[in-house]
Design a protein around this ligand. Structure first.
Ligand SMILES: [Cu+2]
Length: 140
């Protein structure tokens, strides 16, 4: 199906990419089991994002997929912690935990985040100043 005859390396490479691209979209439209085909990369990401709240840091991925997310929050310190997501462009809190997590509590929450730049913060009892903040990106 893919014919790469050489009328110049760059142009044939471009042609091949076009051909491959169109083949892939043909295939995914035929395969009914494939999910929404607009972002094939995000299907490889875990559905549940693990976030560790420790004394005193936040452990989480630097990039999250946009849309519906399940977060598994694990408090791993002897202190109580909360978690707040702030959008960096507006500096507004867009999500926060329902109260604080007890030491060693594990909590699963669901939320939906649009693409953008965010900061995760624990603002309990000066924890942000002690290192409990983390910049992350939500990408399409
Ligand atoms: Cu904290």
């Amino acid at each position: 199906m893919i014919h790469c005859i050489r009328p110049g390396l760059l142009s044939s490479l471009g042609l091949c990419l076009l051909v491959i691209g169109s083949c892939e979209s043909d295939r995914s439209s035929v395969n009914e089991e494939s999910p929404a085909e607009e972002s094939p990369v995000s299907t490889d990401l875990p559905e549940t994002i693990e976030i560790i709240l420790a004394d005193f840091y936040i452990g989480m991925p630097a990039i999250l997929p946009a849309g519906d997310l399940t977060l598994r929050l694990a408090s791993e310190g002897v202190e109580e912690h909360n978690l707040i997501f702030v959008r960096n462009d507006t500096e507004q809190t867009v999500w926060e935990t329902d109260g604080r997590l007890s030491p060693f509590e594990v909590r699963t929450v669901e939320l939906n985040l649009p693409a953008g730049e965010y900061t995760a913060v624990c603002d309990f009892s000066g924890h942000e100043m002690r290192g409990m903040f983390f910049d992350f990106t939500v990408s399409q």
